[in-house]
Design a protein around this ligand. Sequence first.
Ligand code: ZN
Length: 486
Amino acid sequence: MTSIKKVLCGAAVAGLVAGTGSAVQAQVGLSAVTADWMLAAENVLLLGTDGTNLDKILEYAYNDDSGFKMLMDRGITAATSMIGHMTMSTPSWSTILTGVWDDKHGVVSNIYRPEPYTTWPSVFNLIEYNKPEIETTVISGRGLFTEIASTGGYPADNIIGISGGSTSAEMDELVAQETISRILATTTNPDISNFMFAYQSQVDHAGHSYGGGSDEYMQAVINVGANLKQILEAVAQAEAITGDRWTIILTTDHGHQQNPDLPGFSLGHGFQSPNETSSFVMFSLAGNEAQAGAQNLAYRTVDITPTILQAFGIPMRPDFDGTPMQLDPRLLDSTVFPDDLKQALQDAINSFGYPNIGTEIMLGLRALAGGAGYMLQSYVLNPMLNYLQTLVDQDIFLVSGLAEGAQWVLRTVGEPVVHVVAELGRAVGYLTGAGVIAPIDGPLPAPGAAEYTGGLDALLADNTFVAPELGDADLPALLDVDALVG
Ligand SMILES: [Zn+2]
């Protein structure tokens, strides 16, 4: 399969040279673009840190102790705004992992449903369907990511749900250690390509509990920076051993409200204030050292899945909202080298505003309706069930039995209520424009089915296409019509 893979990658390089030649010429330092680094981009690490404001990274973690700055020094950084899109966790991560916005995937709640990811396949499915030989891994203490990676006919190879740790900081540390050991383990199989996704949760938790302007939020940003530093050092170690370069992308799903007058008071996120729509993309493309430390304000979180697929030479879906950051001329043209990256990024963040009032009201309504089912489940139903469980566990005469009965009633009544509220939330989401655009491509065919819905590109890229083994037979003899009919 190696030769076919190289042909496909070579075609991508040819496309880059032919289609975007002028843009490449205009780029400072892009003369280093060669077919070699396109072929070498076989390990891609996607890192996610939940609810992390870039201005807080710049304030607390723009120093040599932090992996945030290490990655900014190694790659290209974008301050980006999700203005006009939901700033809730699952909707936003769904955009990052599918390459389409919420008006297509339709996710408006943090309650997991598989259907959006079979209609709009995740990056895990798209890689496993097109190139199953790539080793795909997700490492997360949050069920959302292990669930997305398990969904569809082409799940990730390694779905590592991390449990343990009494705080989200401890959980993140465990995720980081597992990520490091898996990065180092790739060096024993240097010919196998890897895609890994690892997730850090504590910044979002600190934001919800204490607010985006709190000391706890600051400490969480510093902690994640320290974890990222260890992960990036492991990547450097793996690179030194194998000689391969890794492509690394780091992003967040949304920001957090910051209230300077009331630092401890926050509604978290979900609405359209600039601090909530604030996001960022840090992008270090394998072999692109020439643009280290640059800024690109055109990258968006929706570009991440197309960029990952491009790195592996996998064809784009026709209805992606994002484009590959290493290929799109508009994105390539937007890379600049500011004298002071920190100040340039802060200036960009300061320029973010609010959407028009209609969009703001519509998305606020969608957030409230979409979030209601999850709030009911997380803050009312589950705490009540947990409290009743403590009574059941204590084995108190009469009381424990009554608690058990009350749990039954709550489950019987409460769970359908949560379901109805969540469905109503989806209906409101639909009425406000979420999930209203149907896909062009059909769902990925079931594994083993000989049906192609992805057009000629998908057919050519699919690994079920194998060049015939000709052995010692010489081609002219095979093409001899007389020999065939005779
Ligand atoms: Zn989130």
